[in-house]
Design a protein around this ligand. Structure first.
Ligand SMILES: [Zn+2]
Length: 266
């Protein structure tokens, strides 16, 4: 499921492939429920005869600026979303929900098997972030140690819940919160109120290190450090530190993986 590092990789992919090319046609493939409050006709009229000029990312949302002051295309990847740039008429990926046909015969496809993602437009990134009530991006330079400590102070509930709450910090989901907790030696149900200040600072450092490391690895689990649990989050996965079988527990409405030997509740 695309989280901050995945969406950052999508952003860099769009930057490298899809900017400054005139969009001749827009095709929508069964996008039911994915168009946020607008018709297919609106999507076409906003994009056709224009180009994508730049991109930004906030949390798990990708924004592409449309030329001619036509605002921003907003993509959210849900559980199964992705993007693919390709040439020619063959090779359209399965489950393409939105396809931009560029004047040079190339295409950008937004794919989503399960259709839990969304396609929207915004006048500005800030306006959209505000309207959605999204918190600060997890890698925003303004989210320094002090700002993080302030966000976490006095908050009830689990550490995992706070990390995954998009209205507090945007970008982290089930998988990366598991990795951050694993690196911290914290149980998925560890309570935020039980962390002393130095541990909150450590949580901030760990969060940023894990996200940056995943981006540097191009979210390829095979390229992550050997001490990371992400590649082992599956049925019979084992702890990369001690070899013990990982356990699964329901936390924040999702399945969390953890090592029962060295991930503690406090
Ligand atoms: Zn272990």
């Amino acid at each position: 499921m695309p989280e901050l590092p995945d969406v950052q990789v999508f952003k860099e992919y769009l930057d490298a492939t899809s900017l400054h090319q005139r969009i001749e046609h827009v095709r929508l493939g069964d996008p039911r429920r994915m168009l946020e409050g607008m018709s297919a006709k609106t999507v076409r009229s906003r994009l056709e005869a224009r180009a994508l000029e730049s991109t930004r990312r906030h949390g798990k949302h990708l924004f592409a600026e449309i030329g001619g002051d036509a605002g921003w295309l907003v993509l959210h990847f849900g559980m199964t979303g992705g993007v693919q740039y390709y040439e020619g008429n063959e090779g359209e990926p399965d489950f393409t929900r939105l396809r931009l046909d560029f004047h040079n015969g190339r295409h950008l496809a937004f794919t989503d098997t399960r259709k839990l993602g969304s396609i929207a437009f915004a006048e500005s990134v800030e306006e959209y972030v505000d309207a959605k009530g999204l918190g600060i991006d997890a890698l925003d330079p303004a989210l320094d140690k002090d700002a993080f400590r302030e966000l976490m102070t006095g908050r009830a509930g689990s550490v995992k819940g706070a990390l995954m709450n998009q209205s507090v910090i945007a970008g982290i989901g089930n998988e990366y919160s598991d990795e951050i907790l694993f690196q911290m030696g914290l149980h998925p149900k560890a309570k935020l109120a039980d962390l002393r200040e130095p541990r909150i600072d450590e949580l901030w450092r760990t969060m940023r290190r894990v996200l940056r490391t995943a981006i540097r690895a191009r979210v390829d689990t095979a390229r992550l450090p050997r001490s990371y649990v992400l590649p082992h989050r599956h049925g019979d996965g084992k702890c990369p530190k001690c070899g013990r079988r990982l356990e699964r527990v329901s936390a924040v409405g999702r399945s969390a993986y953890y090592c029962p030997r060295h991930q503690k509740k406090r």
